[in-house]
Design a binder for this molecule. Structure first.
Ligand SMILES: Nc1ncnc2c1ncn2[C@@H]1O[C@H](COP(=O)(O)OP(=O)(O)OP(=O)(O)O)[C@@H](O)[C@H]1O
Ligand SMILES: [Mg+2]
Length: 324
C-alpha cells in the first residue's frame, strides 16, 4: 500500500434527526402493542432535545474523517434546513462534500425520534427527495477515481442505482464495501449479482440468514464467502464472526455498556472496520476497532456523537483467530 491516505467515497441519503425525550412519553400496553399517547389539542412538555444528523452514508463518512482518512460524501441534497444542517455537520467534521449536488428540487430526510421513558422509541420519518434509479447528479467518474466506495441507503435510487454505482466501481478498479439493508434484501437475485463486484460484505445475523443458509454466525460467514472475499456477520451484543478467506475471527462483546441509543451501531461497526482495513490492519485488529467504535456509539444519543477519534486507546476484548 502506498503512503497516500486512501480516499473513501460514501454515497447515500442523509437526514436531520431530532431526538425528543419526555416524561410524558410513557408507554401503555394495549394488547401486544406498546403506545405512547399523544392526546390531540394538548401541549406536552419535552425535557430534552438533541439535534443530530444521520443517514448511513453521512454517518460512515464521519468515522473515516475522524480516523484521518480522505473522507468524501456524495449525494443529492436541497436547500431545505435539514440539507443545510447535514452539510454544515459534515464540513465541520472534515468530510469533503464537494461532490454533493445541491438543488432546490431535492430534500434531505428528516426524523423526529421520540424516546419514551422505558428507552423505546417512536420515529416520525420523512425520507426526503433524492436522485432516482438512473442517478442524475451522481458523479460516476468520481466513483471510478476513488480507492473505496461505501454506497448505502440510496432512497429513491434503490437497487437499480446501486447496480450502476457498483458497475462504475468495477470499471475504475475501485473497491466496494456493502452493508445491505431492507430494500436490497427484498431483491435477493439482484443483490447477489451486485455482490460479485463487492469486496467486503457486512451484515447482521438476521439479514445474512435471508441470503445464505446457516444457524451460527460461523456457518453464515463460511457460506457468505461464496459471495464475497471478506464477510463479517454481527449479532448485536452477542458478538461477531469475520473471515477474509484465510483466517476466521470470532469476537464477543467489546464492553458491557449502558445502551442509550442504538441508532448508528451498524454504521459505526462497518465503517470502523473499513477505516482500519484500508490502512492494511489485520482482520482481527480491524474487528476490534469496529467493535469499539460501535460500542461507543450506542452510549450516546445520535449516530455520530460516539464515533471514535484517531489515536484513542483501545482495550482487550474476547477475540480469537484461527485458520480457515
Ligand atoms: N447492546 C449493545 N452493547 C454493546 N455493543 C453493542 C450493542 N448493540 C450493538 N453493539 C455493537 O454494535 C455492533 C453492530 O450491532 P448489530 O449487530 O446490532 O448491527 P445492526 O443490526 O446492523 O445495527 P443497525 O441496527 O444499526 O443496522 C455490534 O457488533 C456491537 O459491537
Ligand atoms: Mg445494520
Amino acid at each position: 500500500m502506498s503512503n497516500k491516505l486512501p480516499t473513501i467515497l460514501s454515497i447515500g441519503k442523509a437526514t436531520q434527526d431530532v431526538f425528543l425525550k419526555s416524561e410524558e412519553f410513557d408507554p401503555h400496553k394495549e394488547g401486544k402493542v406498546m403506545y405512547t399517547h399523544l392526546p390531540l389539542g394538548v401541549k406536552m412538555e419535552v425535557e430534552d432535545v438533541t439535534f443530530a444528523t444521520g443517514g448511513n452514508a453521512s454517518n460512515v463518512a464521519v468515522t473515516f474523517a475522524r480516523q484521518g482518512l480522505h473522507a468524501k460524501y456524495m449525494w443529492t441534497l436541497g436547500d431545505d434546513p435539514a440539507s443545510e444542517t447535514v452539510l454544515h455537520d459534515l464540513d465541520r467534521e472534515g468530510v469533503d462534500t464537494s461532490l454533493v449536488v445541491q438543488d432546490a428540487k431535492y430534500q434531505a430526510g428528516y426524523s423526529v425520534i421520540m424516546i419514551a421513558t422505558n428507552g423505546e422509541r417512536t420515529i416520525l420519518n420523512h425520507r426526503g427527495v433524492s436522485t432516482g434509479p438512473r442517478g442524475a447528479g451522481i458523479d460516476f467518474k468520481a466513483i471510478e477515481a476513488a480507492d473505496w466506495i461505501y454506497p448505502t441507503s440510496l432512497a429513491n435510487g434503490g437497487v437499480e442505482l446501486l447496480a450502476h454505482i457498483v458497475n462504475a466501481a468495477r470499471r475504475g478498479d475501485t473497491k466496494v464495501i456493502l452493508n445491505p439493508a431492507g430494500p436490497e434484501l427484498a431483491e435477493p437475485v439482484k443483490l447477489k449479482a451486485i455482490l460479485e463486484d463487492v469486496d467486503v460484505l457486512v451484515m447482521n445475523k438476521e439479514e445474512m440468514s435471508q441470503l445464505v443458509e446457516g444457524k451460527t454466525l460461523e456457518e453464515l460467514v463460511r457460506h457468505g464467502l461464496h459471495l464475497c472475499p471478506v464477510v463479517i456477520v454481527s449479532d448485536g451484543p452477542n458478538g461477531v464472526v469475520a473471515s477474509d478467506g484465510k483466517t476466521i475471527v470470532t469476537a464477543g462483546m467489546y464492553e458491557d455498556v449502558p445502551v442509550i441509543d442504538r441508532t448508528g451501531a451498524g454504521d459505526a461497526f462497518a465503517s470502523g472496520f473499513l477505516s482500519q482495513w484500508v490502512q492494511g490492519k489485520s482482520l482481527k485488529d480491524s474487528i476490534i476497532f469496529a467493535s469499539a467504535n460501535s460500542t461507543s456509539v450506542v452510549t450516546k444519543i445520535g449516530a455520530k456523537e460516539g464515533i471514535l477519534h484517531q489515536g484513542v486507546t483501545l482495550h482487550d476484548m474476547p477475540i480469537e483467530e484461527k485458520h480457515l
